[in-house]
Design a protein around this ligand. Sequence first.
Ligand code: FA5
Length: 355
Amino acid sequence: MNGGGPGEDREGRSSDVDALVGEALARVAEADTSEKLRELATELTGKRSPLSRAKAGLAALEAGERRAAGMALNAARQAVEAALESRRLELVAAERTALLEAERLDLSEVVPGRRRGHLHLVTQARDRLEDTFIGMGYTVAEGPEAESDWYNFEALNFPAGHPAREMYDTFYLELGPPESTLLRTHTSPVQIRIMESSEPPIYSVMPGRCYRIDTPDASHLPVFHQIEGLVVDRGITFGALAGTLDAFTEAYFGQGFRSRLRPSYFPFTEPSAEFDITCVFCKGEGCRTCGRTGWLELGGCGMVHPNVFAAVGYDPEVWSGFAFGFGIDRLVMMRHGIDDIRELITNDVRFLEQF
Ligand code: FA5
């Protein structure tokens, strides 16, 4: 189509329409955000746009010209609308990609200088304890946290009604006959499970979670961790127990740390003892934390009671052994100078990040 002729000054002239379309398409191509494109669409195709005004002007044309000009305007509008739609799709896709990129969370990302998550202090201690005992020739075993009365008490020489059961305020589970199933109060039931399932010699440690109805305070949690040790062989003596605990103390805490034993009572060991280690705060000099004794209590130990051997079918005339058990959370407190055990479970990242 070209200009000239009688319709030259009237709306809908084909050269004007071509120019309008050319300009519109150029502006559509230039729009670089979907927001700008929306505004541009109103400008180019809305009621006050040149295209709409030209359409309104068709009425002034003579019938012959009106038809051709009307078709040209329709074609122009379609071209502009198609360009707007294709540009809109392009921009929306680009904006979506940019948004996804901006909100991307790469959890494996290594940011120099920023610390990443790490194992909890108690888990670190448990791993280290296992490594120490493995280095001393022990194996590592585990047992269930929901136990039967038999494993937690009966087989450990606490018959029903035995006053020593009072030492453990027990969470009972509503499973089976009343008080037949419980959350283990210590890791000692794993001793029974190992002896039931294997023959001596046994040199094993058994770490795990324990439960007691203890009100949380600076040194008690209702859920805490212990590591149990069990040795059964021929000719095992109390001297071997003392020597083993001393070797462990030095291997775990370092040179200069010693252990000592004090008489105590547990139904499943005879004789029984509490074992203490050199106070980590004053290195044995005597301070407030250790009550000026130079020693901190770590756990209990003793020679396996003949009744325990009888419960698992071992001949006490042939086999002898020792066992020990201590609190991992308490040990962590000692090693790192933490004065409140509850810090270990409050999940305050400022505390956790220190270790
Ligand atoms: C026992 O649990 C015996 N089974 C230990 C044992 C094993 C003796 C083998 C002889 C032979 P006791 O109740 O004293 O003993 O607990 C041992 C350690 O667990 C304590 O010294 C302490 O470190 C830790 N512990 C006990 N109760 C809690 C608690 N509520 N919160 C944190 N740690 C605890």
